[in-house]
Ligand binder design. Structure first.
Ligand code: PEP
Ligand code: MG
Length: 743
């Protein structure tokens, strides 16, 4: 059976769903294709209702249709309920003999005893179960199971994508989601570069002239009110123009100039005055004349004239606001993120003049003038079609990454930190020129400095500082910032980008290291009393194999042809390492079977960051290709000091003799086994530890691009022999104080 063909057919179906958004039709077509490919008499999809905690038969071929809507299972009920409860496939040639078999009268499935069911999961979120059934003379095989899992993955992504709720009792079976509160992560569209973080200021003013003029209920006004509004507008524009000119020798400020010219244009102003004299209210007279001008310009074939229509709309709004006494925002926009439903070009100029930090525009196209202007003014701007953003409370803060289109609402420190580091790095641009391309100690020993990368865009910084590769890519970042587990394909695209930034150099992917202080908002509604000792990192991955496999497959695929390294965090035993390696092998075998290109021999390494790993370091070294010492966690776990707790910060001591000796043991084990070792925790960027680290034999550091300048300088001050003597003396110390005297 051509399982590749099956997957292709399903992905074609996915395309169809994109177009029609009709989930029932999609599911019906999907099971028809699957049933045909497997030669199965029965194929069914059950969808999980997380509120009722029921698994409802939603779509089927082969079963008695009249009874479909009445089939509903609890978790663990029947074979299908068991598949979803235990999140594992079940394959049996004689389902009726299985202890969990449940008989439904009238469904007529008893004739088809060969059963294969796989969970449909989005990450670890339960979506449903996909089942095929055949006559018991034709049982299913392993290859069928793999293919059905592939289909389930694709179906899951699509169901999630359309974000539809299924109500199996309802004929339409598809309900739109209720009005959502604003999510904490929003994927918007790139409009202008850069990033910004700050409190939000909402600007929900309409810029529709007719609506604006029509909505105004004011006292009767006179011609002199109109002329005063014109004069006030000219004053404001002149002030803005001056502010902009001081900072920009850009054509941008010409926009204000053209607006001022229009307001001084006797014909334009004269026409409005004539209408007022004929009995019109100034507001409607202005709207009417502007409307005529806009009409004329919009119809011009020349884009230059069409752009004039925008100018007229823009300046008219400004005059209207002055006329009705709506003198702009009550809150300062300085250092803030403006969330606006509509913006005219001069708004961007004003925001820039008033030092707003960035803009989120609800709706609108990326090629609009507003976006182009934002780019030339270096104002970070993201476009997002999420009206809930306009409902955010004033206390909310937003971080916008205008390069990727990502918007984070009230981001916590783990999201903000990488951006803050970049800000510091940019401020250090001048120092970058002084960073050595080949760092060496004073006596000429090469030291390899690799980069730690948190955001893909950090890779550009890594290149800037001449990093020899990526020693630690913290893959959890794309997981932390989302509202759901990213699927394999999404991860593949992110990882591929990273590899493409450094195609010739080693790139080390640390597998998902969530938990501890890096919680996923969408995983687990339980609170851990000791998250650093909880279900984190490699433990989480080995418990949630589907999540782990999706990531490993994405890494293996992205790494095809590259110098790929895969690193497991928080390894505490040989058993865990072997299990994790086993999952890599499973993924490789799957990719071979699916004829998907991938890297078949990546270097496999581990983070040394637990006391248990230090104890076992010789055995671990014999089973992997490299070590990377994560001193941040190593110190925390050796000394039992929470690395995030300010109250105990003074006990967090990287040069505690036990920590120094632990690092030395890892070094010796790596040397003995002939594998590579690097330091990727913060100790690697602290100049005062350079002598110790080089002295015990470390030759590779992995640090944030921010610290390359400091570290390459510190390295060049070290002499290897002297460092060896110093390190030996430090290792012999029994007290922290003793070490400190030597530092
Ligand atoms: C470490 O623990 O030292 C490390 C590099 O990893 P993280 O800081 O991401 O836990
Ligand atoms: Mg760590």
């Amino acid at each position: 059976m051509d399982h590749v063909g099956l997957l292709l057919s399903i992905s074609e179906l996915n395309e169809m769903l994109h177009e029609t958004s009709s989930l029932p039709t999609f599911l019906d077509r999907c099971i028809a294709i699957v049933a045909h490919h497997f030669g199965a008499e029965v194929c069914s999809i059950y969808l999980y209702d997380p509120i009722q905690k029921r698994l409802n038969l939603t779509s089927t071929v082969g079963l008695n249709h009249e009874n479909v809507s009445s089939v509903s299972l609890g978790l663990g009920e029947g074979l299908t309920g068991l598949v979803l409860q235990e999140l594992r496939p079940i394959m049996t040639a004689e389902s009726s003999k299985h202890p969990s078999y449940r008989y439904f009268p009238n469904l007529q499935e008893e004739k088809f005893d060969a059963y294969l069911g796989v969970p449909i999961l989005r990450g670890i979120e339960r979506i449903g179960v996909l089942v095929v059934q055949r006559n018991s003379t034709r049982p299913f095989a392993d290859a069928d199971l793999k293919a059905l899992r592939g289909v389930a993955n694709q179906v899951a992504a699509m169901i999630d994508y359309t974000r539809l709720l299924i109500n199996s009792g309802n004929d339409s079976r598809v309900l739109p989601k209720e009005k959502d509160p604003c999510p904490s992560f929003i994927k918007g569209r790139f409009a202008s570069g850069g990033w910004a973080y700050g409190p939000i200021v909402i600007d929900a003013e309409t810029k529709n002239l007719t609506a604006l003029a029509g909505s105004v209920k004011i006292h009767p006004q006179t011609k002199s009110d109109f002329l005063a509004a014109i004069a006030r507008t000219i004053d404001q524009l002149t002030t803005y123009q001056k502010q902009i000119e001081e900072r920009l020798s850009d054509v941008a400020s010409l926009i204000f100039a053209s607006h001022i010219l229009l307001l001084k244009d006797e014909q334009f102003v004269g026409k409005v005055q004539n209408l007022i004299e004929a009995g019109s209210q100034p507001v409607s007279a202005l709207a009417a004349v502007s409307g005529q001008y806009i009409d004329i310009f919009t119809k011009q074939p020349n884009p230059y004239f069409r752009q004039k229509a925008d100018d007229i709309r823009d300046v008219t709004i400004r005059v209207l606001n002055n006329l009705i006494g709506q003198t702009g925002r009550s809150r300062s926009v300085q250092n803030s993120i403006i969330v606006a439903s509509d913006l005219v070009p001069s708004d961007i100029l004003v925001l820039s003049a008033e030092n707003a930090a960035g803009v989120i525009l609800i709706g609108g196209g990326v090629t609009s003038h507003v976006a182009i202007l934002a780019r030339s003014l270096k104002m970070p701007m993201v476009i997002a079609d999420v009206p809930a953003l306009l409902e955010l409370p004033h206390a909310a803060k937003a971080l916008i990454d205008a390069e990727t289109g990502n918007i984070f609402i009230n981001p916590d420190a783990s999201v903000r930190e990488p951006y803050e580091k970049r800000r510091k790095l940019r401020q250090q641009q001048t120092e970058i020129a002084g960073i050595s391309r080949d760092p060496k100690t004073a006596d000429g020993t090469d030291i390899v400095i690799l980069a730690n990368v948190n955001l893909i865009s950090d890779a550009a910084d890594a290149k800037l500082v001449h990093a020899k590769g990526i020693g630690l890519y913290r893959t959890e970042f794309p997981f932390i910032v989302r509202n759901a587990f990213p699927v394999e394909e999404e991860q593949f695209l992110v990882y591929r980008k990273l590899i493409e930034c450094m195609p010739e150099s080693p790139v080390t992917f640390r597998t998902l290291d969530i938990g501890g202080d890096k919680a996923l908002s969408y995983y687990g509604d339980f609170v851990e009393h000791n998250p650093f000792l909880g279900m984190r990192s490699i433990r989480f991955c080995l418990e949630n194999k589907d999540v782990f496999k999706a990531q490993l497959r994405a890494i293996l695929r992205a790494g095809a042809g590259a110098d790929l390294r895969i690193m497991f965090p928080m390894i505490s035993s040989v058993d865990e390492l072997e299990q994790a390696k086993g999952v890599v092998d499973e993924c490789k075998a799957e990719l071979v079977a699916e004829h998907i290109p991938f890297h078949d021999s990546p270097k496999i390494g581990i983070m040394i960051e637990l006391p248990a790993a230090i104890e076992m370091c010789e055995e671990l070294a014999a089973r992997c290709d490299f070590f990377s010492v994560g001193t941040n966690d190593l110190v925390q776990y050796i000394l039992a000091v929470d690395r995030t707790n300010e109250k105990v910060a003074k006990f967090y001591c990287s040069h505690h003799p036990s920590v120094l000796r632990a690092i030395k043991r890892a070094m010796d084990a790596a040397r003995k086994a002939g594998i590579g070792i690097s330091i990727c925790g913060d100790m690697a960027h602290e100049a005062r530890y350079m002598e110790f680290l080089i002295g015990i034999g470390i030759r590779t550091m992995s640090i944030d691009p921010l610290y390359f300048s400091t570290v390459s300088k510190a390295v060049s001050a070290v002499t290897v022999d002297k460092a060896g003597v110093k390190a030996a003396a430090m290792l012999a110390c029994s007290t922290i104080e003793g070490v400190e005297k030597l530092l």
